[in-house]
Design a protein around this ligand. Structure first.
Ligand code: AGP
Length: 607
């Protein structure tokens, strides 16, 4: 998830673009760049790191004549966050510069084609491939609109792009498919951006572009047309009343809620380019050169640890790999039996968690192979792992991790499939059903989330007096029970304990009384009847119960919460957001600072 912006108007473009990028930095902040036409030359200035680095670079140059240009703030997905990989990317002849938000899934194939045509890409990015393709077709077609239409017809994946062209100063083109793109209509100026905050101080008149649409803007006019046919499309201009901060949250009250509702897109982005639909096989090129682990140690902290614990179940069942899950702050001070031939999977959203990093150092010192599963490209975990697989969750702003865990579960599912395929032990029903169920998930979850939020709101108002909760789950729902309890604790400050349901009668059942409610995870499936009998034990002690389950369940509990049922472990992807929404609604109802909870940091870089 990057931020793009384009401007055509009467003001010096670069300051407008930089200010706009600052309001888009929540979308990505590991490198940035601008491009504009000056003295009929295409000028592009890029810098690694925070936007301030780019500003310093621009300050040293005279960039204030141009009144149109494009800008980009990056969240790396393909290629490290370096100046070379920063956007804009130009074609070989430097006739166009392009900024992009999204993922070009078939960029490797297109790159080979370009190489065959004698065009070498300078960067590691998928985006430059598109810029080179546009340049190639521009030579052929002579018209930028036609060149864009042809090039975009070749790419698979998602994109929102803005393009500045040397031979068409004062004008920009843009197009979108699956990534957000809006146009800001001003007086004597027009804007393009990934999100409204970018140009809100200048205009509240907005045109929302839809998939498959291309736009052309200059200072005084704008048109929208179909990407494939270039046929004109009529669009309405909408008036926006939001302020910048709520616009950055996309109209949501908190980043946490926005990030919960982003999970359908996050799953789709994580699956992009990783499913061979012909063969119905999962593909993770990053793991091509390594055999399936003989012994696997998953190591992480907090929510990432819970994701690892969930992953263990699949690694054992689908790939037949003996798997242990380790709390990083414990592993680093233990004498684990770990060495050559062993594989450590280090999971981290931020990639900077000190205990997880120390565990990587320990594993490497012992000769084990380290796979990093990480959300931040170029982070320490990503750089120090032997192999890194990136989760495509985009920047996670809220301290409470939500969409990052969803992305971790998605990649752990793909990893277990890949290792099961490598070991030749993947169960037939898993091979047949898992990927289709995963591909259906984004749309199904997108449909289910609003109703799940309504139910969460109802329940947290009923239970807002509770000072403690017991979360119970069996099997894959055990790590989720731990996660549900963690979410409630960290943002609502209500005490909560996650417990393996079968373990309850060995102690915690002593806590049960009418004031100590139980949040039970009881989806239909192999362990449903076991979970049900645990709930009868709770009811026998007068405990109140919220039970997450599926339509058709026969749980006579205080508050059943029915969510959609999906194939096997994929049901988890409905349970997780329900737990997140309950914690969110409780914290919001209790007036807590949801995005910045007390005593917590987004990335724990000290031990
Ligand atoms: C989760 O909501 C917390 N922010 C915290 O437990 C977090 O998961 C933990 O600090 C690990 O962070 P990481 O994934 O960035 O390594």
């Amino acid at each position: 998830m990057c931020g793009i912006i384009g401007y055509c108007g009467h003001r010096p473009a670069v300051p407008v673009i930089i200010e706009g990028l600052k309001r888009l930095e929540y979308r990505g902040y590991d490198s940035a760049g601008v491009a504009f036409i000056q003295d009929r030359e295409l000028v592009s200035v890029k810098a690694e790191g925070k936007l301030a680095n780019l500003e310093n670079k621009l300050a040293a140059q005279n960039v204030y004549q141009a009144t149109s240009g494009v800008g980009h703030t990056r969240w790396a997905t393909h290629g490290l966050p370096t100046e070379k990989n920063a956007h804009p990317h130009c074609d070989a002849a430097r006739t166009i510069a392009l900024v992009h938000n999204g993922i070009i899934e078939n960029y490797q194939e297109l790159k080979k084609e370009l190489a065959a045509a004698g065009i070498r890409c300078q960067s590691e990015t998928d985006t430059e491939v598109l810029a080179q393709l546009v340049g190639l077709y521009l030579k052929e077609k002579g018209s930028l609109a036609e060149a864009l239409s042809k090039a975009l017809g070749r790419v698979e994946g998602s994109y929102a792009i803005a393009v500045v062209s040397r031979d068409n100063p004062g004008m920009l083109y843009a197009a979108r498919k699956h990534s957000p793109l809006v146009m800001g209509v001003g007086v004597g100026e027009n804007f393009l951006a990934s999100d409204i905050p970018a140009f809100l101080p200048y205009t509240r008149e907005v045109v929302f572009l839809d998939d498959g649409e291309m736009a052309r803007i200059d200072a005084g006019s704008w048109q929208v047309m179909d990407v494939a046919t270039l046929a004109p499309i009529t669009k309405d201009v909408k008036h926006i009343t939001w302020d910048v901060s709520s616009a950055q949250k996309g109209g949501y009250k908190h980043f946490m809620l926005k990030e919960i509702f982003e999970q359908p897109t996050v799953i789709a982005d994580c699956l992009a380019g990783r499913i061979d639909r012909q063969e119905n096989r999962a593909i993770l090129p990053e793991l091509d050169d390594i055999p399936a682990p003989q012994r696997l140690f998953i190591v992480a902290c907090g929510t990432s640890y819970h994701a690892g614990l969930w992953g263990m179940y699949l690694m054992e069942q689908w790939a037949g790999i003996p798997t242990r899950v380790e709390i990083a702050s414990e592993l680093r001070y233990r004498e684990p039996i770990l060495g050559p031939g062993d594989t450590v999977l280090a999971i981290s959203q931020s990639g900077e968690t000190a205990d997880t990093l120390a565990s990587i150092h320990l594993a490497k010192a012992r000769g084990a192979k380290v796979i990093g599963l990480c959300n931040v490209v170029g982070s320490s975990v990503a750089r120090e792992s032997d192999v890194v697989v990136h989760t495509q969750a985009g920047p996670e702003i809220s301290v409470a991790s939500t969409k990052a865990m969803c992305s971790q579960l998605t990649l752990l599912t793909l990893m277990a499939l890949v290792f099961g395929q490598k070991n030749g032990v993947l169960p037939a029903d898993v091979a047949a059903n898992c990927l289709p169920a995963l591909e259906r998930l984004p749309a199904e979850l997108d449909t289910a989330l609003p109703a799940m939020r309504r139910r969460a709101k109802e329940l947290c108002r009923i239970y807002s007096e509770a000072r403690s909760f017991l979360y119970l789950g069996r099997g894959l729902c055990y790590p989720l029970a731990l996660e549900g309890a963690l979410k409630l604790k960290e943002i609502s400050y209500i005490h909560a304990e996650g417990y393996a349901a079968g373990e309850m009668k060995h102690g915690p059942i002593a806590l049960i009384d009418p004031k100590f409610p139980t949040f039970a995870l009881a989806p239909l499936g192999d362990l449903y009847s076991k979970a049900k009998s645990n709930l009868l034990e709770v009811q026998a002690r007068g405990g109140k119960i919220i039970a997450l389950t599926n339509p058709g369940a026969d749980l006579a509990v205080d508050h059943p919460w029915e969510i959609p049922l999906a194939w096997g472990p994929i049901s988890t992807f409905f349970i997780l957001p329900a737990l997140q929404l309950f914690a969110y609604e409780m914290a919001d109802y209790l007036g807590k600072d949801v995005d910045q909870p007390r005593n917590l940091a987004k990335s724990v870089t000290v031990e």
